[in-house]
Write a protein that binds this ligand. Structure first.
Ligand code: CA
Length: 226
């Protein structure tokens, strides 16, 4: 059974969500504030967080960033702002999915199920080994030549996505859609920027890559053999 943390400052909505999720067999805990949510993430270690973006004490986007700094718990953002930018910013800050208010409990539950299904791929995780690179999806840790690399959440997701497809060319469009869950815009440099950060952390120049190989005009592939 999954423990779901409901973060919502509107008492009526919060009560309804907690009751509805409990009736559907989820364990729940709840918080009416951003700072309360952060401490509950640390103390209760929920399996998933439903996060309202409009909170009285700290903006939800900021709460999301703080949660991400301490935990990889999946987060479904609930926003009243029917605003693409808020949604994109939330997904960028590490949200796993989002709902625009008002939503039906069934919709929320479907998102929760989908996110848990997706993230529980890592429940009995097997490390992915590519040459001297080891990517551990359970601990979300990466080792290169036995040394742990300090990667951001997105850098890790990107590397893991490429590592499980080692040897295959993956397009930047696919990365943007699958890793960032964002539609592809031709001028979008998100993937390029993260690839160059990742390359730097792997300690390899773009001109003589060991693992991260750019296939011009097609995409990128991770491979141990050069
Ligand atoms: Ca609110």
């Amino acid at each position: 059974m999954a423990l779901v943390l409901v973060v919502e400052d509107d008492v009526a909505i919060r009560t309804a969500l907690v009751r509805g999720l409990t009736e559907r067999g989820h364990a729940t805990c709840s918080s009416g504030s951003g700072m309360g949510a952060l401490s509950t993430v640390l103390t209760e270690r929920p399996d998933l967080v439903v996060l309202d973006l409009g909170l009285p004490d700290v903006d939800g986007q900021e709460v999301l960033r703080m949660i991400r700094a301490v935990s990889a718990v999946p987060v479904v953002v609930a926003t009243a702002r029917d605003d693409d930018r808020a949604v994109v910013a939330a997904l960028d800050a590490g949200a796993d999915d989002y709902l625009v208010k008002p939503f039906k409990l069934e919709q929320l539950e479907a998102r929760i199920r989908a996110v848990l299904r997706r993230t529980r791929v890592g429940e009995a995780p097997v490390s992915v080994v590519v040459g001297d690179l080891v990517v551990d999806p359970g601990a979300r840790e990466v080792f290169l030549d036995g040394h742990r690399l300090a990667l951001s959440a997105k850098e890790f997701d990107l590397l893991l996505y490429l590592a499980v497809r080692a040897g295959q060319v993956v397009s930047k469009q696919e990365l943007l859609v699958e890793v960032w869950r964002r539609p592809y815009g031709g001028a979008d440099k998100t993937v390029d920027v993260h690839l160059s950060w990742l390359r730097r952390k792997l300690g390899e120049p773009a001109t003589a890559p060991r693992y991260l190989h750019t296939v011009r005009g097609v995409g990128v592939k991770l491979t141990a053999a050069t």
